[in-house]
Design a protein around this ligand. Structure first.
Ligand code: SAH
Length: 352
């Protein structure tokens, strides 16, 4: 009977060492394989040149090595590069490489689709099909690091979990991927250059603080008023602002790492004085800065960005209260690569 083989990247370094010992091979071969997999990012046993033919055959006999494939690419007039990433079971997710004069940022996906229902986000129209595995998240970073070298002659400078999916709904796989990305024996990137963006799952924010993670946290706030927030982000009925605030204070007390609130201003939704005042109050209670994001219109909704004068009012009021605020222009809008636009319009269905 053909037993289906396990994916080798589901094994820890310790598991790899144990595997070799069990087969009468010195354990250091396990750490060599770990480096091939997670530092050099190899996708073939055949290329592991410090392993004998017999050892490579041993791996081949016991494991598969699933990996992503770049199915297609689109390049924006502003240089932003969107990758359609094919997974081993044919699902497609999207990853975006965003160059500026000083930085190259990789925006990675954490789930196929999303289980949340934010009314302004195109990914919400796709059902959540499954979580990405750690290696699938790692592979997106690896692929975009190579693209960054190829097109811009420099390595990735930043990684943001702002692609498809809610990273805190796939917590252990996201953390395990970040481990490999930051491990000196892996891609050795600094955790300070990684930002995880969440819609705000209080229980998991507390868990991150307990786990002493070292990356940065951004929260998609969009309104500091419960009745407004739950209209545009319906899951916020269960994850209330009150719970979110408690969790964020817990995060700050334990990590001392300041927070960023992502915020889009929509006409007729959160463009009133009381919305601005609520945000000011909120930010005064939680050490933070605000990142106002340009709204990227998506199909199937009438939502519109607020008038420029309202955006200016937000910015001036926050600044006058000594709250840091930045305004982020969208990148890659012409190829549907900007925030909230990732919904793989390419027709592909997984086997799952
Ligand atoms: N689920 C995570 C990460 C994905 S979205 C989260 O909610 O944070 C990344 C950012 O894009 C979030 O701040 C999200 O609120 C924002 N966003 C979603 N749709 C958008 C749109 N149409 N225009 C601008 N920003 C959008």
């Amino acid at each position: 009977m053909e037993v289906s083989k396990k994916d080798i990247r589901a094994l820890s370094k310790k598991d790899l060492e144990t595997f070799f010992i069990k087969h009468g091979v010195p354990s250091f071969k396990g750490s060599q394989v770990y480096e091939w997999l997670w530092q050099k990012g190899l996708h073939q046993f055949d290329l592991m040149t410090n392993l004998s033919k017999a050892h490579r055959a041993l791996l081949e006999a016991h494991f598969t090595l699933n990996h992503i494939q770049i199915d297609s690419q689109q390049r924006s007039v502003d240089g932003t590069l969107k990758n359609a990433v094919k997974l081993y079971d044919n699902f497609i997710v999207e990853s975006v490489l965003i160059p500026t004069s000083k930085r190259t940022t990789a925006c990675v996906s954490s789930q196929v689709g999303c289980s949340l229902d934010c009314s302004f986000c195109a990914t919400a129209s796709l059902k959540r099909m499954r979580n990405l595995n750690p290696d699938e998240i790692y592979d997106q970073v690896l692929a975009m690091n190579r693209q960054s070298q190829l097109y811009y002659n420099r390595p990735l400078s930043n990684i943001v979990f702002m692609g498809m999916g809610e990273p805190l709904m796939n917590y252990s796989n996201v953390l395990s991927a970040i481990d490999k990305i930051t491990d000196p024996k892996g891609l050795a990137m600094s955790p300070k250059r990684i930002t995880l963006s969440t819609s705000g799952v209080p229980k998991m924010i507390r868990k991150m603080a307990d786990d002493k993670v070292r990356f940065k946290l951004a929260v998609s706030l969009h309104s500091a008023r419960q009745e407004v927030r739950e209209k545009i982000m319906p899951f916020a009925k269960s994850f209330t602002l009150e719970d979110l605030e408690e969790a964020l204070l817990y995060w700050y007390l334990h990590t001392r790492s300041p927070l960023t609130f992502e915020y889009v201003v929509w006409k007729g939704i959160n463009d009133k004085k009381e919305d601005i005042q609520a945000l000011v109050k909120w930010c005064k209670r939680i050490p933070s800065k605000v990142n106002i994001i340009q709204y990227n219109p998506i199909d199937g909704t009438q939502m519109k960005q607020a008038d420029q004068s309202v955006l200016e009012d937000y910015i001036n009021t926050l600044e006058s209260q000594k709250i840091k605020v930045t305004y982020r222009r969208s990148r890659g809008v012409d190829i549907d690569a900007a925030c909230g636009q990732l919904a793989n319009k390419i027709e592909t269905k997984g086997n799952g």
